[in-house]
Design a binder for this molecule. Structure first.
Ligand code: NAP
Length: 553
């Protein structure tokens, strides 16, 4: 019996470093690392020690005989299939096998006589926290963690779907560093508004921007501005209780169909949550307003519009596999264009498109409202429509292209899931074409002491774990600059920075405040058997942060 990696693999390769027999691949030093949807255990080499499962930050690794009980059947074969036809990997001699992150340009610890540097990290999502972790574990650097919102987590808190609690658990790994003795935390501080980039730079040896991609890409079709057309990222923020999204942002009570443009993982997350059984979501940390809207939802059908064919699906295979296994939900491929089903049939067993062979093939008659499913009232379905794009958004409908000409679909909600887009940070250079900050190895162009990591560095692609290698590169560049004397000296102290921030922002949340928010949300959740019930507004978060733990008698 061996172990297998499953759906929630975060790709950050924590498991690789602890495997004593080098049986998990691709490793960070192999060329296909970062190009596969997930990592895979080689069943022929696994010695069943379970070290990988203990180390996995998202509980994605299970013994093969526990897969079925966890609803992850098929993953033993998926792991094994990765090794079919490949040359056997070299067996490890002794153990554990320690992997390096490529060839760093200099040893990743500062010289013993080097004065500790002070680094600000702007953004407390995965990219910022992997950078902070690297600095704290491998150097004596002091780290100032800053976030625009009065709570930490970024996309771990506001981007991961509530029915993926294992993925959310990576936040526990990052939270260990919130209270690190060399960390100062300022939450609720907007760099660019409350303090300027140059003020931040003046108080630190280096600043790492991990601000993500807070904007969204547009479709460029008429009607996109109508109230019924919203970014899928907005829906994600809505069901995750983001304080800047109104609880009534979407109304699901008046529409039977939602059209989602795009087939990336964000599109799949949105589709899955919209057709999910609300009772199954009731035990998650989904926003209360979203749970109640889903309970009153009239939505029975979600259409995923793909401008290309099944061979070019943007989602990852594990997420597509999971979509086909949703209880009470039929997965359908609209047969309007014969190229789609032909591609599905022609797909090799390891191709994503092959997973759609279990879907129903149907020539859908679009005009009007969704047809009741064969299972009777209440049945829901997700329909892939390939080789089709929106032409125009209309009130309550969308006109889309098709092999036999355009068709109109009644849809009260159209979601643009066509990707995020980085936004400029005042005081930093910005490339409008890519929505990123121009850099070399993470060093921001023409900005001594300024660095980027994550989506604002490399564009909005890659899941949580992809940020680990990205952060390793940026931190290596930063440390090389530190040793090479290329960092400007700060003129202000850490205390002076604290005073500056408190003068500008009345209600800064620190690590103690964050812990108080955590306790308050968990306490709210306990009453209803949920992991937490999130506080959904800035005033509520700030008030919880200011409530102090009752003194022990
Ligand atoms: P994405 O993966 O880049 O997918 C964007 C989708 O939009 C693609 O299907 C793309 O089609 C389509 N598209 C782009 N422009 C279009 C246009 N003008 N008209 C029609 N379709 C258009 O973006 P995402 O879904 O926002 O995900 C961002 C990243 O976050 C991804 O790396 C994703 O894996 C990650 N993520 C992961 C998870 C998870 O692991 N569960 C969850 C959420 C997000 P083309 O391929 O034809 O361009």
């Amino acid at each position: 019996m061996t172990y297998a990696i499953t759906q929630t693999c975060c790709n950050d390769a924590t498991c690789v470093a602890v495997c004593p027999v080098n049986c998990i691949h691709p490793t960070p030093d192999e060329p296909d690392f970062g190009r596969t949807d997930m990592l895979y255990v080689d069943p022929a080499a696994c010695i069943d020690c379970g070290a990988c499962a203990d180390a996995c930050p998202v509980d994605a690794i299970l013994p093969a005989d526990a897969l079925a009980a966890a609803g992850q059947e098929g993953y033993a074969e998926i792991n094994a299939a990765f090794y079919e036809g490949r040359a056997p990997r070299p067996a490890a001699e002794g153990g554990p096998v320690l992997h390096s992150w490529g060839a760093p340009s200099f040893a990743r610890t500062l010289p013993a006589d080097f004065a500790p540097i002070r680094v600000a990290v702007v953004g407390t999502g995965p990219a910022g926290m992997y950078a902070a972790e690297d600095l704290l574990l491998h150097t004596g650097a002091e780290v100032t963690l800053i976030d625009r919102l009065p709570v930490a987590g970024g996309l771990v808190r506001y981007g991961v779907a509530p029915d993926h609690p294992a993925t959310r658990r990576i936040g526990d790994t990052f939270a260990r560093f919130h209270t690190h003795p060399r960390v100062r935390m300022y939450l609720g501080v907007d760099v660019g508004t409350d303090i300027t980039a140059s003020e931040l730079a003046a108080h630190h040896d280096a600043v790492v921007y991990a601000v993500g991609a807070a904007g969204d890409r547009r479709l460029g079709v008429p009607g996109e501005e109508l109230p019924g057309c919203v970014p899928a990222a907005g829906l994600v923020a809505w069901y995750n209780a983001h304080p800047e999204v109104a609880p009534d942002m979407v109304d699901l009570s008046g529409t039977e169909r939602v059209v989602v443009v795009g087939t990336g993982n964000v599109a799949l997350d949105a589709a899955r949550v919209l057709v999910a059984d609300p009772d199954a979501l009731a035990s998650t940390d989904i926003a209360d307003h979203a749970l109640s809207a889903l309970r009153n939802s009239a939505v029975r059908e979600v259409v995923l519009l793909a401008r290309r064919g099944p061979e070019d699906l943007a989602c990852t295979a594990p997420e597509l596999l999971a979509l086909g296994r949703l209880p009470g939900v039929r997965l359908v491929v609209d047969d309007h264009d014969p190229r789609a089903w032909a591609a599905i049939e022609a797909a090799a067993p390891g191709d994503k498109a092959a997973l759609l062979r279990t879907a129903e093939r149907e020539r859908v008659d679009w005009p009007g409202t969704p047809r009741p499913g064969s299972g009777g009232t209440g049945e829901r379905r997700i329909v892939f429509r390939f080789h089709s794009s929106p032409e125009e958004i209309l009130p309550g409908a969308v006109r889309v292209t098709g092999a036999a000409g355009p068709v109109g679909m009644a849809a009260g909600l159209v979601l643009r899931a066509v990707g995020y887009r980085g936004l400029p940070v005042a005081g930093l250079p910005f490339d409008e074409a890519t929505g990123t900050v121009p850099h070399r190895g993470g060093r921001i162009e023409k900005t001594p002491g300024g660095y980027v990591v994550g989506w604002i560095k490399r564009g909005p692609s890659g899941g949580i774990g992809a940020n680990r290698a990205c952060a390793a590169e940026t931190v290596s560049t930063l440390l090389a600059d530190a040793v090479g004397g290329a960092l400007p000296s700060p003129s202000g102290s850490a205390r002076a920075f604290g005073r500056l921030v408190r003068r500008r922002v009345g209600q800064v949340v620190d690590a103690r405040g964050l812990a108080a928010i955590e306790r308050a949300e968990r306490a709210r959740g306990e009453a209803s058997g949920r992991p937490r019930v999130k506080l959904g507004t800035v005033p509520e978060l700030v008030a919880a942060a200011r409530s102090r733990r009752p003194r022990a008698r």
